[in-house]
Write a protein that binds this ligand. Structure first.
Ligand code: URA
Length: 434
C-alpha cells in the first residue's frame, strides 16, 4: 500500500477501505508520512468528505494510534466536554471547575487555537507557569486528588490527532465534518471520559455554518461515542456572534474568572449554565438538566467553582496570584476604544471576522511554529439586538503594534452592522441531540 495512492483515491472521491485508513493513520503517527502528504490528504477529505463508516474508522484509528486511558481506577464516573470551536469560547474555564465543585470529576485534554477559533491551552498558558503537558500518571493522580485536570494532548494519547490538528490549523483544512468529528471523539475516547457533552457550534464563527451541517456533525459524534461505550450528548449552540465579551487569551481568562465570581457577561454565564447542567445530569448528579442548573448557580454564588479553578491552577504549577489579582495579567501596549458610528439596532457582529482579526493581532497562529501573544485581543461589548446611540462603546482593541489599531478599528466597524428596525436577539441554543 502506498500513501500517495490513498491520497489519490480520496482526491478522486472514492471511499477508502478500513485497511487504507488504518494504514495511513498508523504510518502518519509513526512519522512515516511527511507533512505535505498528510496536508494533501486532509485537503482531499475536506473537499470530498467521508462516509459515516470512514469517519468512524478514522476516529478509532486515531484512538488506537496511542495509549487509551482507563479512568475507572481513578474515579467512578468522569465526564468531559468538548466544543467544536468558536470565538470567545472560554466555556471550559468556567464549566469544568464548576462541575468538579459539584462533585463530578472532570479530566480534560484540550487543544490549542484552530484557525480563527481560540484554544483552551493557549488561554490557560496566559497564567505564568501553568503546565499543559501532564503525563498520564500525573493526569490520573490529579484527577483522583482534586477531581479536575485541564491539560494538553499528551504525546501518548491520540498522537495522530495531535499531529493532524497542528497541520489543519495552518493548511485551511479545519472545517471538515469527518476531520472535526474524528479529532474530537478520538481525544475524548482515548482520554477515558465515561460520559461526554459536546458543544457543537453553528453560525458565522463556527466551522459548521448551518444548523443542518451542525446537526449532522453532532449526530455522527454522538453515534461514535455510543459505539465506543461512552454516553454522549450534543448541544447545538450559537456562534454567529462572539460568546461573551472577551476574545483573546488572557482577556478570556479574566472574563472566566469574573464569571466564576458571578460577574461575567450574561450570555456567557447562561451558556455555561446550560453546558454544566448537562454535564451534571449526564454524570448522574441531577435528575434533569433543569434541576442541575440550581447546583451550577450555587457553585458560582458560594465561590466553590472559583476555588476549584484556583486548585487547578495550583495543581498544575500556575501562579495563582494571577487568579486572585487578574490585573497582574500582562497588558497590551495599545488599548483603544471603538465607538458606534451611528445609532440603531445591531443586526450582525460577524464572529468569524472577529476571530480572524484576533489571530492577526497575534492571539492565534498562521504558521505551526508561531508563538501566541497572550495579551492581545478584542472586547466586543454588544450583542445582536442591542440598541446603541452614536458614540456608544462597541469594542475595545488590545494590540501590541500601533499599526494594528487603525486596521482593527476599520475591520470592527465593518463587522458591526446596524438596522433602523428592531432586531431579535440571537438564541444561545438550537437543540440537544442524545
Ligand atoms: N476541536 C478539536 O479538538 N478538533 C477539531 O477538529 C475542532 C475542534
Amino acid at each position: 500500500m502506498r500513501i500517495v495512492d490513498i491520497i489519490i483515491k480520496k482526491r478522486d472521491k472514492q471511499e477508502l477501505s478500513s485497511e487504507e485508513i488504518n494504514f495511513f493513520i498508523d504510518e502518519f503517527a509513526k512519522g512515516n508520512v511527511p507533512d505535505y502528504q498528510a496536508s494533501a490528504w486532509a485537503m482531499a477529505v475536506l473537499l470530498n468528505g467521508m462516509t459515516p463508516r470512514e469517519t468512524t474508522t478514522l476516529t478509532m484509528a486515531m484512538v488506537n494510534s496511542g495509549e487509551i486511558i482507563d479512568l475507572s481506577d481513578a474515579v467512578e464516573i468522569a465526564v468531559d466536554k468538548h466544543s467544536t470551536g468558536g470565538v470567545g469560547d472560554k466555556t471550559t474555564l468556567v464549566v469544568e471547575p464548576v462541575v468538579a465543585a459539584c462533585g463530578l470529576p472532570v479530566g480534560k485534554m484540550s487543544g490549542r487555537g484552530l484557525g480563527f477559533s481560540g484554544g483552551t491551552l493557549d488561554k490557560m498558558e496566559s497564567v505564568p507557569g501553568f503546565r499543559t503537558d501532564l503525563d498520564t500518571e500525573e493526569f490520573l493522580k490529579q484527577l483522583n486528588e482534586i477531581g479536575l485536570v485541564l491539560t494538553g494532548q499528551t504525546g501518548d494519547l491520540a498522537p495522530a490527532d495531535g499531529k493532524l490538528y497542528a497541520l489543519r490549523d495552518v493548511t485551511g483544512t479545519v472545517p471538515s465534518l469527518p476531520l472535526i468529528a474524528s479529532s474530537i471523539m478520538s481525544k475524548k475516547i482515548a482520554a477515558g471520559a465515561h460520559r461526554i457533552v459536546l458543544d457543537v457550534k453553528l453560525g458565522l464563527g463556527a466551522f459548521m455554518e448551518t444548523e443542518e451541517e451542525a446537526r449532522v456533525l453532532a449526530e455522527i459524534m454522538v453515534k461514535i461515542g455510543d459505539l465506543a461505550g461512552r454516553k454522549t450528548v450534543a448541544l447545538l449552540s450559537d456562534m454567529n456572534q462572539p460568546l461573551g465579551v472577551a476574545v483573546g487569551n488572557s482577556l478570556e481568562v479574566i472574563e472566566a474568572i469574573d464569571t466564576l465570581k458571578g460577574k461575567g457577561p450574561e450570555d456567557f454565564y447562561l451558556h455555561c449554565l446550560e453546558v454544566a447542567a448537562h454535564m451534571l445530569h449526564l454524570g448522574g448528579k441531577a435528575d434533569s438538566p433543569k434541576s442541575a442548573e440550581k447546583m451550577v448557580a450555587q457553585a458560582i454564588q458560594d465561590g466553590s467553582g472559583l476555588e476549584m479553578f484556583r486548585k487547578l491552577v495550583i495543581a498544575q504549577e500556575g501562579d495563582v496570584s494571577y487568579i486572585d489579582n487578574p490585573e497582574k495579567f500582562l497588558k497590551a501596549n495599545f488599548i483603544e476604544e471603538v465607538l458606534a458610528p451611528e445609532e440603531g439596532y445591531i443586526k450582525e457582529i460577524n464572529a468569524r471576522k472577529v476571530g480572524e482579526l484576533s489571530v492577526e493581532l497575534g492571539a492565534g497562529r498562521t504558521k505551526k511554529t508561531d508563538p501566541v501573544d497572550h495579551a492581545v485581543g478584542l472586547m466586543i461589548h454588544r450583542n445582536v439586538g442591542d440598541y446603541v446611540k452614536k458614540g456608544d462603546l462597541l469594542a475595545t482593541i488590545h494590540a501590541n503594534q500601533e499599526e494594528m489599531v487603525k486596521y482593527s478599528r476599520e475591520i470592527l466597524l465593518d463587522t458591526h452592522k446596524f438596522s433602523d428596525a428592531e432586531v431579535e436577539p440571537i438564541p444561545l441554543f438550537y437543540g440537544v441531540i442524545d
